[in-house]
Design a protein around this ligand. Structure first.
Ligand code: SF4
Length: 352
């Protein structure tokens, strides 16, 4: 079976080209074609000989994903992409405009797994369950497709799509390093954010390895018993362990850390605000508040006034807060909704 060329980093490509008797600089040229120029055919790589282009085409698959669907929100311009993998699974990416990003730039939210094993109660992807990890090439190809189809060059990448990125640590970090190459996408480390539900050993490894990317931790409840009801990860890796780790280690690291907090009616009381304040006493972190998306979850959605009261409470206590709007609510905004529908349709067809 052909391999995915986007699974290879610079070092591996240097190795490959050297072995076939080509010069080392071919690796840089290839990365430039794949990501900076973003071509979708080896035949377009005109500074390679015809023989080399044919050889690459015989050996490798350039684009491991095919586009299945693209929806554009009439409300805020958010674009949602549904991709099919080579083994007939579905993953999603979202292009977000003027949101979740500094200075109103463009952000692509990408997936790291097909489905997810973490079982968060408010999440559509959780309902699919875990299928498999995405390869490095499948992670990068999402950005290539989104850039080519939309015609827009994004500045920010967030690993907040389908899957728990820290359960696919090696491929996620390899992809992030490739995004950072000056001769590829050339995205600065400050523009790449990895979001996690709280996989303690991976967070510790990430900090110890001095990885330079931003981390977003999904908290969503201030009381452990309540968090456990919504996020089963709390049982194995209680959030307290993670906040202690951050207090101990983040002063030595340069990582920007945000806490993601999806607001429900029942997690935005004055007591919740006080408990959040306590958590913020030790580590230099920012709180990112997200209103709960309408979805198939039976969780109580707060009113605008309740959200405003909660934010006011936090601001009085000087907790650094930002509020993220719910994007693309008219196009199945929550990750996993489109794939979930697709799996359901296929199951129904099979049952007929
Ligand atoms: S919220 Fe994230 S970690 Fe939790 S089930 Fe969904 S995709 Fe997985």
């Amino acid at each position: 079976m052909k391999k995915f060329i986007k699974d290879y980093n610079h070092e591996e490509l240097v190795d490959f080209f050297t072995k076939i008797g080509e010069k080392e600089y071919r690796a840089r040229q290839l990365i430039n074609w794949l990501y900076e120029k973003n071509v979708n055919d080896f035949s377009l790589m005109t500074n390679f000989s015809k023989e080399l282009r044919k050889f690459l085409d015989d050996e490798f698959i350039l684009s491991p994903l095919t586009i299945e669907d693209r929806l554009i929100s009439g409300i805020d311009g958010t674009e949602k992409y549904l991709f099919k993998t080579f083994d007939n699974h579905y993953i999603e990416s979202v292009l977000i405009k003027n949101e979740m990003s500094d200075e109103g730039r463009l952000t692509v939210c990408i997936s790291s797994q097909v489905g997810c094993p973490m079982g968060c109660r408010f999440c559509e992807t959780a309902k699919i369950g875990f299928v498999r990890n995405l390869s490095c090439g499948e992670i990068l190809d999402q950005i290539c497709h989104v850039r080519r189809i939309s015609g827009l060059k994004n500045n920010n990448i967030v690993f907040m799509g389908m899957g728990e990125p820290f359960l696919n640590y090696d491929n996620v970090l390899k992809a992030a390093d490739i995004m950072n190459y000056s001769f590829g996408f050339h995205l600065s480390v400050r523009k790449i954010t990895i979001s996690t539900s709280g996989i303690y050993p991976a967070i510790e490894r990430f900090i110890d390895e001095r990885r330079p990317y931003n981390i977003a931790l999904s908290l969503n409840d201030t009381e452990p018993t309540k968090r456990l009801e919504n996020m089963p990860v709390e049982k194995k890796y209680p959030f307290k362990m993670i906040s202690d780790l951050l207090s101990e280690k983040t002063t030595a690291s340069r990582n920007r850390i945000t806490i993601e907090y999806v607001m429900r009616k029942d997690n935005i009381s004055k007591e919740d605000a006080k408990r959040l304040k306590k958590m913020f006493k030790y580590a230099n972190i920012k709180l990112n508040l997200i209103p709960l998306n309408e979805g198939n979850h039976n969780l109580p959605i707060p009113t605008k006034e309740e959200i405003e009261d909660f934010v006011k409470e936090l601001e009085i206590m000087n907790v650094p807060v930002s509020i993220r709007k719910s994007m693309g609510s008219d196009i199945s905004g929550a990750c996993g909704q489109l794939s979930g529908k697709k799996y359901k349709q296929e199951k129904e067809l099979l049952c007929k």
